[in-house]
Design a protein around this ligand. Structure first.
Ligand code: A3D
Length: 311
């Protein structure tokens, strides 16, 4: 059987880490793609990682390219092409610039690998994955956004710090759009099966939820010149791995909704099964009144940004 092929569009901070994680896990061969002006960046990182592979002992071929034809035959594409936030910027401030970039990326992907499982990371996340779906004409099974795994990871990290317990034992999910209105579901969050709502006072849970909502901005402020990249890359690789190995993991991803949770025609973070066909199923469950209100508010924000794409 041929090795899987993973195409990474954007060879910047997240792109480089995506290449490293994919290669280290031997998910397949990797093509790190960027625009001609950044071809050296893509080729340089690829060569550096190829040399590292002989020390670390992983068998993946990693190449850099600025030629879309090199993405032909990719099983998975992960898109990070676009500018990141600077301190004080909202994700929506990136729309105009990143929509132009996404338009060109999506048109090219439609030509070279229309059937790949495509994971978008570029911000504003939900509107960009909407543009990707619109322009490529891909199915909701195959066109998804990475956000919920990262947002849940941030919530988990803060909870494990708060409770001083292993992060391995925290189970949670953060739903909704990838913005300030995201919806952490504390009611279903547990530490080794014990509800965190019985371990942490409600006011403190609220503070941790707010820190989670601002988790990206906190890092943007610290880094000054860019946004988070290790955790976003690891999160998208978790999705790619579940698809390539048909693991059928239950992961919160941005999916095109068709009535689930009472929402439709919107890209939105919900729990879903990722397997060999991409999004195999959205797992719906009953929300309480507060959670429903949170989801409705978040969906309104996402729909507004989607509408601004004029697609
Ligand atoms: P950065 O390190 O600037 O890398 C972006 C790369 O995209 C650069 O190397 C550019 O040359 C490249 N690029 C620009 N235009 C094109 C094009 N037309 N085709 C191919 N490549 C192009 O940014 P980054 O890796 O830190 O972040 C990338 C994106 O991810 C930004 O939009 C961030 O806002 C976003 N991001 C999303 C999350 C989520 O949780 C969804 C988290 C962190 C960052």
């Amino acid at each position: 059987m041929a090795r899987h092929k993973i195409g990474l569009v954007g060879a910047g901070q997240i792109g480089g880490n995506l290449a490293l994680f994919a290669a280290q896990k031997e998910l397949g061969d990797v093509v790190l793609f960027d625009i001609p002006a950044a071809e050296g960046l893509a080729k340089g990182k690829a060569l550096d990682m190829q040399q590292m592979s002989t020390i670390e002992g992983f068998d993946s071929r990693i190449v850099g390219s600025s030629n879309y034809d090199d993405l032909k035959g990719c099983d998975v594409i992960i898109i990070t092409a676009g500018i990141p936030r600077k301190p004080g910027m909202s994700r929506e401030d990136l729309l105009e610039t990143n929509l132009k970039i996404m338009t060109s990326v999506a048109e090219n992907l439609k030509r070279v690998c229309p059937n790949a499982f495509m994971i978008n990371i570029a911000n504003p996340l939900d509107a960009m994955v909407y543009a990707l779906k619109k322009i490529t004409g891909g199915s909701r099974q195959k066109i998804v956004g990475m956000s919920g795994i990262l947002d849940s990871a941030r919530y988990k990290a803060f909870l494990s710090m708060e409770l001083d317990i292993s992060m391995k034992d925290i189970t949670t999910l953060v739903l909704g759009g990838h913005g300030d209105d995201m919806v952490p579901i504390s009611r279903l969050t547990t530490a080794g099966g014990v509800p965190v709502t019985s371990l942490i006072k409600p006011e403190r849970i609220k503070e941790i939820e707010d820190r989670t909502r601002q988790g990206g901005a906190e890092i943007v402020k610290l880094l000054v010149n860019g946004s988070a990249y290790f955790a976003p890359a690891a999160a998208a690789i978790e999705m790619a791995e579940s698809y390539l190995l048909d693991q059928r993991r239950v992961l919160p991803c941005a999916v095109w909704l068709e009535g689930e949770f009472g929402l439709k025609e919107v890209y939105f973070g919900v729990p879903c099964i990722i397997g060999k066909n991409g999004v195999e199923k959205v797992l719906e469950f009953e929300l309480n009144a507060d959670e429903k209100a949170g989801m409705a508010k978040s969906a309104d924000s996402v729909k507004k940004t989607m509408a601004a794409t004029r697609l």
